[in-house]
Ligand binder design. Sequence first.
Ligand SMILES: C[S@@+](CC[C@H](N)C(=O)[O-])C[C@H]1O[C@@H](n2cnc3c(N)ncnc32)[C@H](O)[C@@H]1O
Length: 253
Amino acid sequence: MGTINFTVLTLFPELVDPFFEHGIISRAVDKNIITGKSVNIRDFSSDRHNTVDDRPYGGGCGMLMKPEPLALAINAAKQGSADSRVILMTPQGRRFDQGLALDLAARSEDLIFVCGRYEGIDERVCHTLVDDEISIGDYVMTGGELAAMVIIDAITRLLPGVLGGETSADVDSFRDDRLEHAQFTRPPAFESMDVPSVLLSGDHGAIERWRKRSSLKRTLLNRPDLLAKRALDGEERKILKTWCQELEALINE
Ligand SMILES: C[S@@+](CC[C@H](N)C(=O)[O-])C[C@H]1O[C@@H](n2cnc3c(N)ncnc32)[C@H](O)[C@@H]1O
């Protein structure tokens, strides 16, 4: 797999640049698994005031990002890549999740993120130059930069060699429609709460069974919608059946 190049088109490069300089993301840059850069859309404005926004036709509140600087910025970013996908950050796009992160990580295309500001961007840019529209959730933020960084972060940790073996993305939450099990580290007792003794037992079979139950319980309580999608194995069905019977007994007491 080659290097994935992330380009973030933004009016606020200073928000984005430090993101590539810390933690696991900067290690991925150092290992040449990814590159990351911001491009200031304002640099592609042609008037002497460097205007990038204008009033919406038909009236209404707020301003919109003008199409010309955006189009020039997108085309310049595309020219630097043989195989790229232009992704517009918008609350109106398809919702980002772990499945989409896995999909984008597997494609190994260069990704160009277009970050809106103001009330959004001129619709004609979406029609001609954008390959994909993605939202990070059903809420509206002031700009697309955080959304782009969320997506880049989630994709990067899935790329081979990024987590370096000390952590694996395979057991993370949302892989196979379940949440990860509860986790503990030292000390063994903290504020009168003990680490479950099985985790100190060294019995790997028992630890795996405990983790499976913990994962199942969390998913059932916190995200039953995931469990409904999951292909349950025999052991999980048995555990769930026992819990149902215990609940029934409790209700009938
Ligand atoms: C104030 S928002 C514009 C919202 C737009 N008026 C609407 O109602 O759909 C400005 C910019 O923030 C970004 N943005 C806001 N919320 C987002 C979300 N949930 N996911 C992705 N991008 C978002 C987009 O780039 C958007 O163009």
